[in-house]
Design a protein around this ligand. Sequence first.
Ligand SMILES: [Zn+2]
Length: 307
Amino acid sequence: MIEKKPKPDKQEYTIMIVPHQGKLIRSFSMNDKVIKCGIAILCAGALLLGGSYVNFNMKLKVAQAEKVELEQYRLNNGSQQAQLEQLVQDTAVLQEELNRLNKLEAELRGIVKNEQATGTSRSGIERPSPANQGQGGPVAKPTVQELTALVQQMKATAKAKEENLSELKAELVAIQAQQAITPSIWPAQGDVTSRFGWRQSPIGWGRDWHPGLDIANSYGTPIVATADGEVVESGWNGGYGKMIRIDHGNGIATVYGHNSSNLVDVGAYVKKGDVIAYMGSTGYSTGPHVHYEVRVNGNAVNPASFL
Ligand SMILES: [Zn+2]
């Protein structure tokens, strides 16, 4: 409760505080200068408060905008994360394809090596280049789009290469199979004592037709099959003595004569390089050697053309 006392020169205000029952009434007075000062302080306080509110509001708006931005960033980041995971999966698939290529390449190398070991390659197919020359990852940090494009490109390359190599493998397997049944190695180690063709007869007078190749070595030297095939004859055959004949298919057969002993029976299937007999001098022979013949459709041909 404020009571105004009429004093012209100096206005003074008395402030009375009336408490609840049974307590003293307090009163104190102040002049208008103090009041004005108080009002000024209050106004300044209100202005400050208002300014602070505006400032707070602005900061709140900025914070909200930043939050929206952050959410957007998180969304984008999540999307990129998903793309990156897809890329990782694609890369794994690609790796598997490349592993298959490497395996295929290893198989091819084995076939080519085998082919070279027999020294009879007539395929004309060049040694295949390594399945993967290495694409080389980008040096600069690529975008997800660039990575995706790269993976797609590598996938296509790997697929095309796999198809090419598969075709090459099939071709080489066919060549290898053909070579397996083609007489292409020497039947025994030793010296060539008589070639294919007309020669001075070793037994008796005059010249005779020699339908094979004579290779001489010590008694018991191993004689091997010069190609895969089936034994169709194993036993005594006149001047050939103990003889073996192997059918290699495609009208091709090989004959091994004058053996001391045969190791395979008719019906046996032998592989190129298998020991089939031991060298001897049975039949019309002047010393231990193998008489080796190659027959095409029953006709003896020069074995040298196969060696
Ligand atoms: Zn002979």
